[in-house]
Design a protein around this ligand. Structure first.
Ligand SMILES: NC(=O)C1=CN([C@@H]2O[C@H](COP(=O)(O)OP(=O)(O)OC[C@H]3O[C@@H](n4cnc5c(N)ncnc54)[C@H](O)[C@@H]3O)[C@@H](O)[C@H]2O)C=CC1
Ligand SMILES: CC(=O)[C@](C)(O)C(=O)O
Ligand SMILES: [Mg+2]
Ligand SMILES: [Mg+2]
Length: 355
């Protein structure tokens, strides 16, 4: 471990949080990193590491439509097995459900002392991938969508990340994981040390109960309540979806209190008195049930079986969501925000669905 003190000077945190030069780039600067996959996380890790001076090779299927994109982004690209064979560190950024098959296809290319890395511990924690004992197994998991990981890095910032060590064959697994996290910009924002189990269970719970599942369900219910009561869909869209970003931006920048400070007293009183009537005690019971399904492995088994069956439920649910009125009214409304085109990350590769 580096001689630098971790950044817990005020001992507010219960974990080790690493920042800035707590990482030692010498653990990665002479190594080759194979990034398997060039999607949301893959393009961000590959480009950020490359811009940080790390030797990166992207591993993609030969028919992948991301191949020319990665090359035009200035990266070396080859097949996953060839990338693995030349690399010291292999980061698996293909979809969770196909990682076992990709691992099996490249495993022979792993040499003693190499490192197998993940940005989410699903396949290690639920025993879908069992790496050989002669490699390190670590994680560098950004706590943010890949396109934001890239955009924050390009803007001189960083996205907070987690690191974890599952297997430390070399004795340098943690130092190398921290150097990797530094290379993707994580130490600019803060890197929290955790375990594979904690990352998997907190990430699955968070994305299901709050970030992706809970919030979108709340937004759609709010939109439907207003529209069914006769309010114009565009009004409901601006109130229940578009403004949510503005409210969350305030919480992101200055906490919940910072948001209350900025909104009106009327909104603050209404929110404080009615919020818990909307998201009431029953929600806590539902959240605890969802967490138990993650902890017991029930969700993981369900998702693995769903993929083995060809994703029938996923496909139906996705189509139903895409056909929601909020999506129909949202597209033309967002077209009115012409300034968004200038802000959007033009470099972000379109991740083709068939890729
Ligand atoms: N999307 C996100 O922001 C986050 C994702 N993660 C984790 O990162 C990992 C990657 O997820 P995403 O970036 O969302 O995936 P994605 O679906 O955006 O991209 C996956 C990429 O893998 C490639 N690919 C697909 N099949 C392949 C194959 N057979 N061989 C080689 N390459 C293949 C394609 O380039 C595709 O673009 C997952 O473990 C996920 O849980 C972790 C944190 C956030
Ligand atoms: C973006 C992120 O952190 C998620 C929601 O966990 C994911 O994409 O898996
Ligand atoms: Mg996450
Ligand atoms: Mg996730």
């Amino acid at each position: 471990m580096t001689e630098n003190e971790t950044s817990n000077a005020d001992d507010v945190f219960t974990t080790n949080i690493y920042y800035g030069d707590d990482a030692d780039a010498s653990y990665i600067e002479d190594k080759t990193v194979a990034v398997l996959g060039y999607g949301s996380q893959g393009h961000a890790h590959a480009l950020n590491l490359h811009d940080s001076g790390v030797d990166v090779v992207v591993g993609l299927r030969e028919d992948s439509s991301s191949w020319p994109q990665a090359e035009s982004d200035g990266l070396r690209v080859t097949t996953p097995d060839d990338a693995t064979a030349e690399a010291d560190i292999v980061m698996f950024l293909v979809p969770d459900t196909i990682q076992p098959a990709v691992f099996e296809a490249v495993e022979d290319g792993l040499e003693e002392g190499n490192t197998v890395m993940f940005a989410h511990g699903f396949n290690i924690h639920y025993n879908q991938i069992e790496p050989p004992e002669y490699v390190d197994v670590t994680m560098a998991a950004p706590k943010g969508p890949g396109h934001i990981v890239r955009r924050d890095y390009e803007n001189g910032g960083g996205t907070p990340a987690l690191i974890a060590v599952y297997q430390d064959y070399t004795g340098a697994a943690k130092d190398e994981a921290l150097a990797y996290a530094q290379g993707i910009g994580g130490t600019r924002a803060g890197v929290v040390e955790t375990t594979f189990r904690e990352e998997v269970e907190s990430d699955l719970f968070g994305e299901q109960a709050v970030l992706c599942g809970g919030v979108t369900s709340l937004v759609k219910h709010g939109f439907e309540t207003l529209v069914d009561a006769g309010y114009a869909p565009e009004m409901a869209y601006f109130e229940c979806l578009n403004e949510l970003k503005l409210i969350v931006d305030l919480m992101y920048e200055d906490g919940i209190g910072g948001m209350w400070y900025s909104v009106s007293d009327t909104a603050e009183y209404g929110g404080l008195t009615r919020g818990d009537r909307i998201v009431d005690e029953g929600v806590r019971e539902n959240m605890e049930e969802v967490l138990e399904e993650v902890q017991s492995g029930e969700f993981a088994r369900e998702w693995i079986n769903e993929n083995q069956a060809g994703r029938p439920s996923y496909t139906q649910l996705k189509r139903h969501d895409e056909e929601h009125k909020i999506e129909e009214i949202g597209a033309p409304l967002r077209d009115l925000f012409e300034w968004e085109d200038e802000q959007s990350d033009d470099d972000a590769p379109e991740v083709p669905a068939d890729d």
